[in-house]
Design a protein around this ligand. Structure first.
Ligand code: GNR
Ligand code: NI
Length: 172
């Protein structure tokens, strides 16, 4: 297993649309292992493959609290079904938009159909943080970031600060 570098905005790779996976094999499982290790190290509660530069439709998540046993979830080729009319607001962050947190409105509940770590089809009913996180990760597969759900003013302010930060990092 390996910890891989996480891309940060405005890296253009984060805007790519990820392609479906053909087959859940050992190579893909090795990538999912790396993604989980990278996510735990960050630390974060979810990670899409494009965040480590792999434009494929794979997500890992773990919503367990710090003192709970790990509950890794692996989603290959996920699809959102039946999003609820009812929405909820959640203060979101993103490992690719470090240190900014803003409220985003999304459907409060949804169903997700996907392939698991073994390649078996699963259906999961999600609500609360699980529903928010899976929708945040699905956005990454389309090249969308949570800041795209904010006003242009807020988004541009965050992007400007991130660019400034990157110039600083590059100069070090
Ligand atoms: O670690 C993360 N926390 C989080 C909090 C609220 C809503 C979504 C998230 S996902 C984020 C990790 C990440 O960037 N996943 O793409
Ligand atoms: Ni994110």
């Amino acid at each position: 297993m390996a910890i891989r570098p996480i891309l940060t905005a405005p890296d253009p790779r984060l805007r790519e649309k990820s392609r479906p996976v053909d087959k859940v094999d050992d190579g893909l499982r090795a990538l999912m292992d790396d993604m989980l290790e990278t996510m735990y190290d960050a630390p974060g509660i979810g990670l899409a493959a494009i965040q480590i530069g792999e434009p494929i439709r794979v997500i890992v998540m773990d919503l367990a609290g710090e003192n709970e046993e790990a509950q890794p979830l692996y989603f290959v080729n996920p699809e959102i079904l039946d999003p609820s009319e009812e929405t909820s607001l959640y203060e979101e962050g993103c490992l690719s938009v470090p240190e900014f947190f803003e409220e985003v409105e999304r459907p409060a509940r949804c169903r997700v159909r996907y392939l698991d770590y073994a390649g078996n089809e699963q259906i999961l009913d999600a609500e609360g943080l699980l529903a928010t996180c899976i929708q945040h990760e699905m956005d990454h597969l389309e090249g969308v970031l949570f800041i795209d759900h904010l006003s242009r003013l807020k988004r541009d302010r965050i992007l400007r600060k991130l660019k400034k930060e990157q110039r600083f990092v590059a100069a070090e």
